[in-house]
Design a binder for this molecule. Structure first.
Ligand code: PEP
Length: 252
């Protein structure tokens, strides 16, 4: 069954104390229903935030992992180390990693495999920059990112992956993709998965939307048949905004 997921990406925000406070509030307010809620915290918060999670529908995630398994890679954090904190998810290929840290598809493919080997669910991000959309290349760009990042996975691994479509021009800009733009790309992604892995697998893959999602537009975005939730940046930093987005599902 395709899961509904709302994942918060705190990025490089929150002191440890502030992060624990936010996680406690979210944990208190999350209802045990069919929506999976994930808090993707900075590495240093992971094990402490894990201690405050008591709800079955609330999960912990990291925002990145190393492309290497272990060893002399100063400053890196491995998938195995992330898993050992109690995390279940890891964001891979966020556009900020792709652009600021030059993470290319082949590297992201290694990260996805290490995440899966260590029982972490990858939230694999894809999305075009504004220039690519304006040039009409957005569909090809997203398809290429997904093919290169994921499509050499055997089916038993692919079924564990969550995909997040995040048009880069919508991230942190206040300008979200319209419901039609999101649905169009999500359907294209699902059809691409169907071509590679078959209809049933495509149908069961959760595809999240990310990019200036907020309580006021979440319902409109999540109502679309191929939008299975959201990856939330700015609005995940306050419990009221984040829970407003999570609760948008209950109105659908
Ligand atoms: C993100 O960074 O994944 C994101 C969606 O950010 P924002 O919600 O702030 O646009």
């Amino acid at each position: 069954m395709r899961k509904k997921i709302v994942a918060g990406n705190w990025k490089m925000n929150k002191t440890l104390a502030d992060g624990i406070e936010l996680a406690k509030t979210v944990n208190r307010q999350v209802e045990e229903n069919s929506v999976i809620v994930v808090l993707c915290t900075p590495f240093i918060h992971l094990s402490e935030v894990n201690k405050v999670i008591t709800k079955d529908s609330l999960f912990l995630g990291a925002q990145n992992c190393s492309s290497e398994a272990s060893g002399a890679f100063t400053g890196e954090v491995s998938a195995q180390m992330i898993r050992s904190t109690g995390a279940d998810y890891v964001i891979i290929g966020h556009s900020e990693r792709r652009s600021y840290y030059h993470e290319v598809d082949s590297l992201l493919n290694k990260k996805v495999k290490l995440a899966l080997e260590n029982d972490l669910i990858p939230i694999f991000c894809c999305g075009e920059i504004l220039k690519e959309r304006q040039a009409g290349n957005h569909i090809q760009v997203v398809k290429t990112q997904i093919k290169n990042g994921l499509f050499d996975l055997p089916v038993e691994d692919f079924i564990k992956v969550v995909i997040a479509y995040e048009p880069v021009w919508a991230i942190g800009t206040g300008v979200n993709a319209t419901a039609e733009q999101a649905q169009e790309m999500h359907k294209i992604i699902r059809d691409l998965i169907a071509d590679r892995y078959g209809n049933q697998i495509a149908d069961n893959t959760s595809i999240l939307y990310g990019g200036s999602c907020k309580p006021s537009n979440a319902k409109e975005l999540f109502t679309n048949p191929d939008v299975d939730g959201g990856l939330i940046g700015g609005a995940s930093l306050t419990s009221s905004d984040f829970m407003g987005i999570v609760n948008a599902f209950t109105e659908i």
